[in-house]
Each structure stands twice: as structure tokens, then as C-alpha cells.
Design a protein around this ligand. Structure first.
Ligand code: PHE
Length: 449
């Protein structure tokens, strides 16, 4: 088998992991969640969730990946050969591929909107645009195909010349784009209400269910529990510092989510529409805003709308690439396939499931799985169950199955990283006791709710 590739540097690894983390979750859910759930008060809760709960989980995945230099399945085989842990390895090969299937449908919609924004614009009557588009069978399928092809093309080019290179360019571009959009948005008359919406602290809104949803959002946003961070970390060299890489990833993810909030909400309030979340925010509210601003300054609003949908397409691609890589790494390392063949196989599988997800808005809308459309079923299965379950098993594995010495060694670079050595006791305590209990609570809540 060809020699296993590595990311060129620690910074390259952080960029790839941050690219995985920064995605639709940061843009279409975080800003609304903040505004609805207590503004600055929610941000404080989210910060605690991200750094005290999600970061330890992320570190667990990193420790497993880097200590074995293998993908999810191979890592379990190495660390716990012949045990049932291999099912965790297998589950985390499959879950990111399910996410990729429906995520690329949404990625496809963003491509369609990018094309629209750069072409004829959204026109005056935007209210029915989205609803009419997604029920069509062919156009969304075509966009889904295009998005998936772009994803697979990057992955099949390899870890260094595909994934690393793409993220190294994309991440700075994403930050520049979102800052440009934010500056524009903040200068619109009436935008201050959007800033107040995001920042005015209201501690009375912080209920147990808000705390639980902050945690859920932070899992999704940091791509946890589905082996993407594990796989990317397995491409990190031994001398890289896992702790600072994890901190960097979490910090970039949070920063981007906040910038997205300040890019979107001021414009929403300046136009006087109701803020929302999910596909409606990106594909209905924002085109409405762009088409209303076009009266004042057509050129500027057109440019901003193109930049905005470009941001979404790139952000979605850096995430989908990480999901795709988990499956490809498995096929290459465990099934002996070439990277190209493995990429094609992942393409075929996710294209097929994604096609069903796409059609579930139109011709297949009547098909229900446990009361959900195919798209919603895949979304809920992964976000509510597989991600939390995967995270739980990863922390249990590192906290209770792996030897403390191995974990410590990996975390402290064999004892050379002094600061990590001092933090280890606390981080290990979070991994062993706090994280499993909290994740279990979230998991049960999701089951019962
Ligand atoms: N973190 C990505 C987002 O915020 C989604 C994602 C989930 C990526 C799981 C990879 C794995 O959109």
C-alpha cells in the first residue's frame, strides 16, 4: 500500500479541521439560536459547552486518530482488536456518509442560488422561489450531483494536494468574505436592532432545554462523533500539539459563527423581516432581503448576494469534504482500493441516498420513515442520535478503555509539552466523568423528546 499521507504542518491540520467545523450549522442555526435564546447569555452558555464539553470530545477523537494513524475502523482494530469496538469504527464510517448525502442536497441548493445571484438575480417575487425550486425533480438533482462531484474531486486528489490545499485557500477566503458581508450589513440603516438581537443578554431565557440545545449545536458545529475529526487527526504528525490544534479549531468555529451572526441579523432587521433559522433563513429570507435592497443600490446588493452564496457553497464544501474523506480512508486502508476508485464508490453511494433525500421534497414527499420524510429522517437520525451516540462512545473509549499512559503520552507529546502536562489532569477528568454523563443526558433527552 502507498505510504500514508500527512498534513504538511499543524496549521494545515487546524485549517482542515476548522474547515470541517465551519459549515451550514454556523450560518443557518447559530445566529438564530443566539437571538432567540438570550443573546449574550446564550453565547456564554455556548462558550462553556464548546470548551468544557465539545473540546474534550474533539480531543478524544484526535487522540484515537493520531495515536493509530488510521481511519475510524482501523483505529478501533488497532487499539481494541477483536472486540465489539469495531462496531464503533463501522458506525462512524457510515454516519458521515449519511450526513454527506443530505448535506450535499443543501449544498446543491446553494449552488443553484449562487448561479441565480450571479445571473438574473432573485427578481421581485421571491416568496415562492424556494418552495417551487425544491419540489422540482431535475434541477435540484443536478445541483446535488454537481456539489458532490466537487467534493469528490478534492478528496480524490489526496490528503495533501486535495484536502489540505483546498482548505488552505478556502478558510482565509471564507473569513474575508464573511467580514466583507458583515461590514456591509452593519452599515445598513436600522441594522442596530440586529446587533441588539444578538447581544442583549437575557438570563431568564436560559432553561435546561436551551442548555441542551446549545450543546447539541456545538456537537454539530464541531463535526463531532462521526469520525471526521478522528480521520483528519490521523494525518497529523507526532510532533504536532493536539491540544492547541483542538483549541484553534474550536476558536475558529466560534468566531465564524459569531461573524455570520453579525453578517446576517443586522441585514434581516434592517429590512424589517422576521428572523428565522434553517433553510428558510438562507433560501427565503435572504433572497427577499437582497431583492429589496436592490432598489437602493442594485450593483452593491447584487455583489453582496453573490458573495454571500459563494460563502455558503465554500463553507459547505469544506465540511462535505471531511465527511467524504472518512469513507474514502476506510475503503483505501481497509479494503485496499485506490483513492480514485474509493472516491467513485463513495460518490455512487451518497449520490443515490442523496437523490432520495432530494426527491423527498417533491415526488417522494409521501414516503415517510417513522413519520419523517427521507431527508428529515436522515437529518434527525444523524444529528439527534448518531452524532451523540458516537461522541459518547469515543469519550468512553478514551476515558475507560485506552490506557491512561497512552492518552497522556499522546496529549503531552510524550511529556515534552509542559503546558499540556499541567492541563492533562483536568482534561482527563472532563473526558472520564463529565463528558459521558452530560452526553448521556442529551442522548436520553433526544430519545424521550
Ligand atoms: N460542522 C458542520 C457544520 O457546521 C457539519 C458537519 C457535521 C461536518 C459532521 C462534518 C461532520 O455545518
Amino acid at each position: 500500500m502507498a505510504k500514508r499521507e500527512h498534513f504538511g504542518s499543524g496549521a494545515a491540520a487546524v485549517m482542515a479541521m476548522a474547515g470541517s467545523a465551519i459549515g451550514l450549522g454556523n450560518i443557518w442555526r447559530f445566529p438564530y439560536m443566539v437571538g432567540q435564546n438570550g443573546g449574550a447569555a446564550f453565547i456564554i452558555i455556548y462558550l462553556l459547552a464548546a470548551f468544557l464539553l465539545s473540546l474534550p470530545i474533539l480531543l478524544c477523537e484526535s487522540i484515537i486518530g493520531r495515536s493509530t494513524h488510521a481511519g475510524t475502523f482501523g483505529a478501533m482494530e488497532q487499539l481494541a482488536p477483536g472486540t465489539r469496538w469495531k462496531w464503533l469504527g463501522l458506525m462512524t464510517v457510515i454516519s458521515p456518509l449519511i450526513i454527506l448525502s443530505f448535506y450535499s442536497v443543501v449544498g446543491g441548493w446553494s449552488i443553484e442560488y449562487l448561479i441565480k445571484a450571479s445571473g438574473s438575480g432573485f427578481g421581485e417575487d421571491v416568496s415562492s422561489l424556494f418552495g417551487e425550486f425544491i419540489i422540482k425533480p431535475w434541477a435540484p438533482l443536478l445541483c446535488h450531483t454537481l456539489f458532490l462531484l466537487l467534493t469528490v474531486a478534492v478528496v480524490s486528489a489526496g490528503v495533501k494536494s486535495g484536502i489540505e490545499r483546498f482548505n488552505r485557500i478556502s478558510l482565509p477566503v471564507l473569513f474575508v468574505l464573511i467580514v466583507v458581508i458583515m461590514v456591509y450589513s452593519l452599515t445598513l440603516p436600522g441594522s442596530a436592532a440586529g446587533v441588539r438581537y444578538l447581544l442583549e443578554p437575557d438570563f431568564s431565557k436560559i432553561t435546561p432545554s436551551v442548555v441542551a440545545s446549545a450543546m447539541g449545536q456545538s456537537f454539530f458545529s464541531l463535526s463531532l462523533g462521526v469520525g471526521t475529526i478522528l480521520t483528519y487527526s490521523s494525518y497529523m504528525k507526532k510532533e504536532e500539539n493536539l491540544f492547541t490544534s483542538g483549541l484553534g479549531t474550536a476558536a475558529f468555529d466560534l468566531l465564524f459563527a459569531l461573524l455570520a451572526g453579525f453578517a446576517i441579523m443586522p441585514a434581516v432587521f434592517a429590512t424589517g423581516v422576521e428572523p428565522g433559522a434553517g433553510p428558510g433563513l438562507i433560501f427565503e429570507t435572504l433572497p427577499y432581503i437582497f431583492s429589496h435592497m436592490s432598489a437602493a443600490s442594485p450593483w452593491l446588493s447584487r455583489t453582496v448576494s453573490v458573495l454571500f452564496f459563494l460563502t455558503i457553497v465554500i463553507a459547505a464544501l469544506t465540511s462535505s469534504i471531511s465527511m467524504c474523506e472518512v469513507g474514502v480512508a476506510y475503503l483505501v486502508e481497509e479494503r485496499g482500493m485506490s483513492r480514485r476508485k474509493a472516491s467513485l464508490l463513495v460518490f455512487a453511494a451518497t449520490w443515490t441516498l442523496g437523490a432520495f433525500c432530494s426527491l423527498s421534497f417533491g415526488p417522494l414527499s409521501g414516503v415517510k420513515l417513522l413519520g419523517n420524510t427521507i431527508f428529515d429522517f436522515c437529518d434527525r437520525l444523524t444529528s439527534d442520535y448518531l452524532m451523540t451516540f458516537g461522541s459518547l462512545l469515543f469519550v468512553l473509549f478514551v476515558g475507560w478503555k485506552m490506557k491512561r499512559e497512552t492518552v497522556r503520552d499522546e496529549f503531552t507529546g510524550g511529556g515534552t509539552l509542559r503546558a499540556n502536562g499541567r492541563a492533562f489532569g483536568f482534561v482527563y477528568f472532563l473526558i472520564r466523568y463529565v463528558a459521558p454523563l452530560v452526553i448521556l443526558t442529551i442522548f436520553v433527552t433526544n430519545l424521550v423528546a
